[in-house]
Design a protein around this ligand. Structure first.
Ligand code: ASP
Length: 547
């Protein structure tokens, strides 16, 4: 039989000739039984060189069954026959599987390496509370009723943001914490209601200091955990990221940059383009052979509600002077050749064009760019392309709510050189905010903070808080700023995402021992669940679930 523990698998043998009793006993063993054996290690006659222990086996002289096992609901093997839901219900069995163990070991290594690096840089790991007060950081809070204070609620932190800033006021000039954060959001594949951040803050720093320190951490993690050496990270303005990649988290493992061809494509009588704010194109190298069927499929793909484009125009650069497009009626070969050349295209290439409102079209073609790269295999998970995206706008106008929202969070400081525009051209003010992006994934984000009460009040005001609301929610922070608050700033890394990036997997769930499913349920312990009436009474709560 094969005997397995955390450290591996070993073949153990029972011999009918030398010990028939033991052999008969062994025949009653089943999968996943917990056993203790004694025996001699010996060389195997038929070696398996693909296994670390494949050259030896143990001939058993004593066997004790420590515990029997029911037949597991799925096979505990690298490639299991168990579906996701079943594996989550029996997560304690799933965790026995080698790939899952490897993922948790990777997570452990990353956590240890993070602690050791930051400790070496003089950071202190300080815990902050989980039962706090509801604060508007962008997502919905999870709330916890307080029994001792009837009618009042704690909130679970969306991040330790205000606490780490208070620690700076308290003089702990380098803080970090590997910490759980809670956000009650609708879940997607890479989101969990509770997730982990490497949360950091530093005092007496400017943006440059933060970028350098955490570029150092990132390079160190890649080196110690993956033995990958990263070059210095390029920096890209938010505006450039949006115009060239249609995303604030560009995947720069491949080119296929977005080009604005409005100047070339407007004024020829094609009303769709003439009435569009922007006409954007990407050049697919060697794509001119794409079949009609494939192009139709792509058109349907961009028209799906998730992307929301109205249609897709293509231009095939078949030969010098011969181009074929879906808008031949309006444009000559020379026109189309000009577009293609403007996008760096050449014979054999394919141009894909979307048009409409600038912001929306940028995002749509950004998605199309990623889709094409996936199809063409340009997103190799073994290649790492990190960059800093900087100079984010401070605030974003929300058309539905008719008000500004903080793009990062309300504690982010405007760029000093843009302060003059704060009241007049609010939307144009840039923030001292930055994101670390690797392979199209936002791995970390942070900002230099406001440390001045007056400016912080002004920002709350712009975000639509009355002075009373601002005082009620953030009085503690603004009061603290009046007692000698140093300039400070920080960053937080999404730790689960970092693990999945290092492990080369799409899903952060693979790196969380006990994750929740898409409806936020833990199907193993069956949570969330109802509580009994006595518990509700004690909390002073009455349910009213009618719609
Ligand atoms: N608290 C921020 C977040 O969770 C990170 C930061 O600004 O340091 O996104």
């Amino acid at each position: 039989m094969d005997m397995r523990d955390r450290y591996g698998l070993t073949q153990v043998v029972f011999n009918m000739e030398s010990n028939a009793d033991l052999c008969l006993q062994a025949r009653k063993l089943g999968r996943e039984f917990v056993v203790k054996i004694e025996g001699a290690v010996r060389e195997r006659s038929n070696k398996n060189l693909n296994m670390p222990t494949g050259e030896v086996e143990i001939e058993v002289s004593a066997l004790t069954v420590l515990n029997a096992s029911k037949t597991p609901p799925f096979t505990i093997e690298d490639d299991t026959d168990g579906g996701e839901e079943l594996r989550m219900k029996y997560r304690y069995l799933d965790l026995r599987r080698n790939p899952v163990q490897q993922s948790l070991m990777l997570r452990h290594k990353l956590a240890i390496a993070t602690r050791s690096y930051l400790d070496g840089q003089g950071f202190l790991e300080i815990e902050t509370p989980y039962l706090i007060k509801s604060t508007p950081e962008g997502a919905r809070d999870f709330v916890v009723p307080s029994r001792m204070n009837p009618g009042e609620f704690y909130a679970l932190p969306q991040s330790p943001q205000t606490f780490k800033q208070l620690l700076m006021v308290s003089g702990y000039d380098r803080y970090f914490q590997i910490v759980r954060c809670f956000r009650d959001e609708d879940l997607r594949a890479d989101r969990q209601p509770e997730f982990t951040q490497i949360d950091c803050e530093m005092a007496f720093v400017e943006q440059e200091d933060i970028l350098n320190t955490f570029e150092g951490l990132t390079k160190n993690l890649f080196k110690t955990v993956l033995d990958v050496t990263l070059e210095d990270f390029p920096r890209m303005d938010y505006a450039v990221a949006m115009s060239k990649y249609g995303s604030d988290k560009p995947d720069i493992r491949f080119g296929m940059e977005i080009n604005n061809i409005s100047a070339h494509a407007q004024g020829k009588g094609f009303t769709v383009f003439d009435s569009a704010e922007a006409i954007l194109a990407i050049n697919i190298e060697g794509g001119s052979e794409m079949s009609r069927k494939k192009l139709d499929a792509l058109t349907n793909w961009v028209k799906r509600p998730q992307i929301g484009a109205k249609g897709l125009v293509y231009v095939k650069y078949q030969e010098e002077g011969t181009l074929k497009s879906s808008v031949d009626k309006f444009y000559s070969n020379e026109d189309l050749e000009e577009w293609s050349k403007a996008c760096g295209g050449k014979v054999g290439d394919l141009l894909l064009v979307l048009s409409g409102d600038l912001n929306k079209t940028q995002k749509q073609i950004g998605e199309l760019r990623l889709h094409m790269a996936n199809e063409l295999g340009l997103r190799d998970s073994k290649v790492f392309a990190p960059l800093w995206v900087v100079d984010f706008p401070l605030m974003e106008w929300d058309e539905d709510e008719k008000r500004y929202f903080a793009m990062h969070h309300p504690f982010t400081s405007p760029k000093p050189e843009d302060l003059g525009k704060l009241m007049s051209d609010t939307g144009e003010v840039r923030a001292n905010a930055y994101d670390l992006v690797i392979n199209g994934v936002e791995i970390g984000g942070g900002s230099i903070r406001i440390h001045d009460r007056t400016l912080q009040s002004q920002i709350f005001d712009l975000l639509g808080f009355t002075p009373e609301e601002a005082q009620a929610q953030f009085g503690f922070l603004m009061n603290a700023f009046e007692y000698g608050a140093p300039p400070h700033g920080g960053i937080a890394f999404g730790f689960d995402r970092l693990c999945s990036l290092f492990g080369g997997s799409e899903s952060i769930r693979d790196y969380i021992a006990f994750p929740k499913n898409n409806s936020g349920r833990d199907v193993m312990i069956d949570a969330p669940a109802q509580v009994d009436d006595a518990q509700l009474k004690e909390l002073g709560l009455k349910l009213n679930l009618e719609k």
